[in-house]
Design a protein around this ligand. Sequence first.
Ligand code: AKG
Length: 289
Amino acid sequence: MPILSPEDHAFFAENGYVVVHNAVPRENLEAVVRAIWEFLEMDPDDPEDWYRDPLPPGGMVEMYHHQSMWDNRQHPRMHQIFSEIFHTHKLWVSLDRVSLKPPRHPDHPQYDHKGFLHWDLDISRTAIPFWVQGVLYLTDTAPDQGGFQCIPGMHRIMEEWIKTPPEDRDPRVADLKGRTPVPIPGKAGDLVIWDRLLAHGNGHNISDRPRLAQFITMYPPAQESDWYGDEALQEARESPRQARIQSWQERTAPPGFPGDPRRFEHHHWETAELTSLGRKLLGLDRWEG
Ligand SMILES: O=C(O)CCC(=O)C(=O)O
């Protein structure tokens, strides 16, 4: 039975994003949350401990391969959701990070990240193939909690917008004139999938709780360069598949990601166990046909 309804597909076409509830079980979410605190070597119960290295001000956490993250990537429901978006089950999963965006704190102005909007591609490019990004909410996320935000529907006007660039436009930074970002609140377990043509980012956390999320997307393996970008793929040109496998096995950053200078995952954790689906989503086993 399909997970996405005809209404979900219509909403996605109209707005450029869709929210899918209960993408994975609650215990999976809790396991990633525990791993994030362990990785950061911070006390989840002591907010005074959240504003220091290795957490960068924007809250992007350079952790890629904990077993709990892989359990979400290889969860059959997660795979089915992306299969319905791409109309094929032969997909690879992104090796992406997690986010912990703490609430603003008067003593730590450098962590008062106001939020942003961008695209993860150079939108001055033409003929951009369909591709999506995704974020899994690990905890309930209120509109003021620094979670995902976007300009709904902007993907529909991008073709025209790209054709008429002002001289000074940075091709990855959204021109906000007359456009207001909309925060997308959600429950723990919600998966937001968005068309990459949508200007998106995350907001200002003015609540009293941290925002926690895992970035996950899937894509047909032939679209690998859409994930890494041409430059990073160049590094892995010899074999993008081998680069993925090595990143998983060694618990190191995939090509194109900054990585963690402490190499915490490599030193403290085991290589994640993969199911037969997980092996295919990584590229360790090939999809038939
Ligand atoms: O934090 C978010 O939800 C959005 C992050 C983002 O902009 C991205 O993954 O490209």
